[in-house]
Every structure is written in C-alpha cells, then in structure tokens.
Design a protein around this ligand. Structure first.
Ligand SMILES: C[S@@+](CC[C@H](N)C(=O)[O-])C[C@H]1O[C@@H](n2cnc3c(N)ncnc32)[C@H](O)[C@@H]1O
Ligand code: SF4
Ligand code: SF4
Length: 307
C-alpha cells in the first residue's frame, strides 16, 4: 500500500467507478499550504506565475481537513505548487491531519530546506512519507534547472533524512526526477546517486514545452521538438478531474494539476462545501468534455502539458 508508484498508478489510471460526470469524492486530495517557493525551476508553471504568493489560512485549512475526513479521504498531500517546507506550521498541520484520522499524510519537497532539525519535527508529527524532487544530476545542471545553487545541500539533506530515520520503516523516503525519454542517461545518473538513500526513486514524464540539454559542454534550456511531445487526445480523460481534487492556498478547487490559471477553478471552497465544488455545474461540464475525448472550446484545449 505504501509503495509510491502503486499509489500514483491508482490515481492516474482512473477506475471505472470514477469515470463519470459526477464521480464519488476521491480517496486522495492535495492541499496547497503555500504557493511560495524558494526555487525557480525552468520546467514548473510556478516559476511563471505572476499572481500573489501566500500561505493558506489555518482555520480554513482545518475546516477542509475535517471535511475531507468526513468524505472518507485516506491520503492527503499537504502541498501542490509551492514549497511546503517554507511553512513553519507544517508539523502542526500534519499532526492535525493525523489526529482527525487521515490515514496517510505525505509531502513532496525540493529538499533545500529539509535539514535534520526540520525533518525531525516532521517525523515526530506523524508524516507517512516525504518525496524529494531531484531533477538534476550535478551542481551545474541543478543551477540551470532550478535557478539556485542548492544541489549539494539537497543531496546532503536527503542523506541526513535517511540517517535520521535509521532502521525504522516509516516515514517512507521517496524521490522523483523529471524524465526526458530522449535522455535516459540523465535519469540513470540521478538514480545511481540517490538510490542508497531512498525507498523508491521514479521518473516523472516531463510536462511543458521546454527541456534541458547539454550543448557545447553547457546546459541549455531548449524547446521540446514537437515529435517528442504527447498528444492531447492520449491524455483524455485527464485524471485529476476524476481521482484527485487540488485545493489551492486561496481556497479554490482546481481541475488541473499543473496549471495555475484561474479558469481551472471549479468552485470557491470558502463559499461552498468540497462536495458542492466536486459536483459543480462547471466541473460536470468539463468532465463531460473529457469523457467524450473532445475538449474543443474548453479550458483544456490549451493544455498546460504542452504550453
Ligand atoms: C510543483 S512541485 C511542488 C512541490 C515542491 N516544490 C517540489 O518541487 O517537490 C511538485 C512536483 O512537480 C514536479 N514538476 C515540476 N515541473 C514539472 C514538469 N515540467 N514535468 C513534470 N513534473 C514536474 C516537481 O519535480 C515535483 O516533484
Ligand atoms: S518544482 Fe517545486 S521547487 Fe521547483 S519551482 Fe516548482 S514548486 Fe518550486
Ligand atoms: S489542462 Fe491538460 S493537464 Fe490540465 S486538466 Fe486539462 S488536460 Fe489535464
């Protein structure tokens, strides 16, 4: 059950009972506790976001966590776009989620701030898993990929996190790396470097139209050739609409997992319940388009995966 790639597959491969205009409320959700970030990854939509940066309101967050429990949500990610370790109250938020009865609470972090002191507090609060996002294989590549000189710090933090856990079985320590199918060597180099320190390391197929390549001995960000992209049709129906609500720090439920555009907001949770947003007219209409595998004229027509 705690195998992260199985959890991911269960979310991305929409089960038949969820492939509906009004699906049941999913067993898994993500809440963005902040949309602030300390990196500027070239591949991430967050880097190009020009709206306001803020942390979630604590009373709102606690109301939503209780509501998620009432809806039988079992897995809760306390992050979305942004870096969760920037939030001082994160241990309190994890502890609250566990007290309420959420079975599995997890985070994904860029790892820059994952010092033993911070991770110790997260471990004590009841965190079930932490995933480190390591998208570069060396310091030079990391600076180009993430905009900050933090590779050595991240790797050191990962090693220390493993040491801190010792022989315990929990929390699980995972890592992912953005994967360019035309540069498997890059993924393999990261894999060899970090495997001793993680329970699992897995690839994330890159979204967006840019990728990083080494040219003339220097790392360059280049446009992804059209033939290397995916077709929009192959992605439909798209999983977050059916299996994982994404709640942003401003209180909206978004249909998309990788685009911050407000056109993806399906309901304002400060004014309605989670279930009302999940079954809102706007959401039902968008799911209908996805189920017909034709998103012409709706917000997904210019899918962020290809933007
Ligand atoms: C948006 S980040 C938020 C959490 C945290 N800041 C981090 O970097 O882990 C969530 C995940 O999205 C991944 N990601 C960012 N840009 C991506 C892209 N273009 N394609 C695939 N995954 C991407 C990150 O590597 C990370 O694992
Ligand atoms: S991938 Fe994570 S660390 Fe990088 S810019 Fe996006 S939110 Fe920040
Ligand atoms: S924009 Fe693309 S990734 Fe986002 S929900 Fe629509 S189809 Fe999915």
């Amino acid at each position: 059950m705690n195998n992260i790639t199985i959890l991911k597959e269960e979310t991305i491969n929409i089960p038949p009972e969820y492939k509906k205009e009004r699906p049941p409320f999913p067993k898994r959700a993500k809440i963005e506790i902040t949309n602030r970030c300390d990196l500027k990854c070239y591949c991430c939509q967050h880097t190009y976001y020009s709206g306001k940066h803020q942390d979630i309101d604590k009373d709102f967050l606690f109301r939503i966590i209780k509501e998620l429990k009432e809806l039988h949500v079992e897995q809760l990610g306390l992050f979305w776009m942004g870096e969760p370790l920037l939030v001082r109250e994160l241990p309190e938020y994890i502890a609250f989620s566990k007290e309420v009865g959420i079975r599995y609470v997890f985070i994904t972090t860029n790892g820059r701030l994952a010092t033993p002191d911070k991770m110790g507090k997260l471990f004590e609060s009841g965190l079930d898993s932490v995933k480190f996002s390591i998208n570069a294989d060396c310091r030079e590549n990391y600076i180009k990929t993430c905009g900050v000189d933090a590779f050595d710090q991240v790797i050191s933090n990962l090693k220390e996190t493993k040491r801190l856990r010792g022989n315990n079985n929990a929390p699980k320590i995972y890592a992912s790396s953005v994967f360019d199918p035309n540069d498997e060597g890059h993924y393999d180099r990261i894999h060899d470097l970090i495997l001793p320190y993680v329970d699992q390391h897995y690839p994330l197929r890159i979204w967006g139209k840019r990728k990083i390549v080494k040219q003339n001995n220097e790392y360059q960000i280049v446009d992804l050739p059209a033939e290397e992209g995916r077709s929009l049709e192959s992605m439909l129906p798209c999983w977050p609409l059916f299996t994982e609500p994404h709640i942003n720090c401003d209180g909206y439920m978004s249909a998309c997992y990788c685009d911050l555009d407000e056109n993806f907001f399906m309901g304002d949770l400060r004014k309605m319940s989670l279930m009302e947003a999940w079954h809102s007219d706007k959401y039902v209409a968008l799911r209908k388009k996805h189920l017909s595998k034709d998103v012409t004229g709706c917000v997904c027509e210019s899918c962020a995966i290809f933007a």
